[in-house]
Design a protein around this ligand. Structure first.
Ligand code: UTP
Length: 410
């Protein structure tokens, strides 16, 4: 634990003393709150974000080959047998990424607590657990589920599970852990205040999952309980297929240590990141990175080169990933509208982007693997995300896709 004096010295060294601007107006308790927040800040992340943008050499983007639905069909049974075996041996754990703020959806509460039912309650978390349990049928065991939350939604998420009696899943198999928070920076790279005793903090992106598991001692727990594989997935896809034995079996059969479920994009314009090789390494090319020429480029068979979008459902080998997670992940800086205090201590509610949010992205870890399995799934079976209030990838589209696939009454 750092003393207040040490923290002041650190702020001076890092050129961040502005966060103490109102410190003499604070009670001892409030001051301590602020110092506690500062001592949890990862200053290396800020330093990196403040570095002048070097002229980045343009990356060479190429296609990454994908195991297609037809190819999977041909070996389905063999893959399934392998996958079921490791599931029944308890070698797979699930990691649910639920630390995001869901700003596009604008729902007040953790996204997983969203009720998508129409005539009865049916929550996102409940659906995901149900999807996972379906795949565990016949394996004779439960699977450990690690749920990543953030300081903003941790308590609400835990309370929700407790109030719903963990939807019948044994609670000793459900573990919550918090991801780290990252400070918002102004255009000069200075940390902002949300209040006189509070930094402007936001979850540090879904790429922090492995390190946060480690900081919480959970990787060691997993190893002790014999876990070798981690199925990592997002909270907002109601058709998320978790603990899929065929996917797990295919990854093992192909001797890969990382795998991504992908879907053929509905159109080349669909706003989803596509698997690719970046400077020869596995990666994801974001929609915004694709030039028109690349977006519409086709191979000799007439297939789009960047056709396979990620569904945010990955399989990682625990031991291998632990080594990769020590490596340096890039920081993504996004200019956003962030409420903060001005120099006089008045709250600013900006109507234009004013500050940078710093995030790590999950797909950046893929580059550390020599190769990965890109594994195609049937879109209508496995992809129904809820991102927006209305229109594409909204609650309405997800409901329709869920009913279409399962025939359930909502
Ligand atoms: P998104 O990139 O869709 O972000 O997250 P989001 O926060 O849910 O939504 P917007 O962009 O603010 O509208 C994809 C997955 O990664 C998780 C989300 O909870 C979701 O499952 N995530 C995202 C985290 O766990 N932590 C984060 O810091 C960010």
């Amino acid at each position: 634990m750092q003393t207040q004096e040490e923290i002041i010295n650190l702020l001076e060294k890092e050129d961040q003393t502005q966060v103490l601007r109102f410190a003499d107006q604070l009670s001892d308790q409030q001051k301590q709150t602020l110092f506690d927040q500062i001592s949890a800040v990862d200053f290396s992340m800020i330093r990196e974000a403040r570095k002048p943008q070097e002229e980045e050499k343009e990356a060479v983007i190429e296609t990454l080959s994908t195991m297609t639905i037809d190819q999977i069909k041909a070996s389905r049974e063999a893959y399934e047998t392998i996958g079921k075996k490791v599931l029944s041996e308890g070698k797979v754990a699930a990691v649910l990424l639920a630390g995001g703020q869901g700003t596009r959806l604008g729902y007040d509460g953790p996204k997983g607590t969203l009720n998508i039912g129409l005539t009865r309650p049916l929550y996102l978390f409940q659906i995901l657990l149900g999807n996972m349990e379906k795949n565990l049928e016949g394996t004779g065991r439960y699977m450990h589920l690690y749920i990543m939350t953030s300081a903003l939604n941790d308590q609400a998420t835990r309370d929700f599970f407790r109030e719903h009696d963990y939807f019948g899943y044994p609670k000793e198999y459900i573990h919550f852990f918090q991801q780290e928070m990252a400070p918002a920076l102004d255009r000069d790279g200075h940390m902002l205040l949300a209040d006189k005793d509070k930094l402007c903090l936001a979850p540090n992106g879904n790429g922090g999952w492995f390190r946060s598991l480690e900081h919480n001692g959970m990787i060691e727990d997993m190893k002790k309980s014999g876990v070798e594989w981690l199925n990592v997935f997002s909270v907002d896809n109601v058709l998320q297929n978790i603990a899929d034995p065929v996917f797990i079996g295919a990854t093992i059969a192909c001797r890969q240590y990382a795998a991504a479920k992908v879907i053929a994009k509905a159109t080349p314009e669909e706003k989803v990141g596509a698997v690719c090789l970046r400077n020869g390494r596995p990666s994801v090319v974001e929609y915004s990175e694709l030039s028109d020429q690349m977006r519409y480029a086709k191979d000799e068979k007439g297939q789009y080169l960047y056709n396979y979008g990620v569904t945010l459902n990955y399989l990682f080998h625990l031991q291998k990933t632990q080594k990769m997670a020590q490596k340096h992940l890039p920081i993504h800086k996004a200019l956003k509208k962030i409420n903060c205090l001005d120099e006089q201590g008045h709250l600013i509610i900006p109507d234009a982007p004013n500050a940078y949010k710093l995030e790590y992205f999950i797909f950046d870890i893929l580059q550390f693997f020599d190769s990965i399995l890109s594994y195609e799934v049937v879109r209508q079976d496995e992809f129904a995300p809820i991102k927006n209030k209305s229109g594409v990838d909204s609650l309405d589209t997800a409901r329709a896709l869920l009913v279409n696939k399962t025939g359930i009454t909502l």
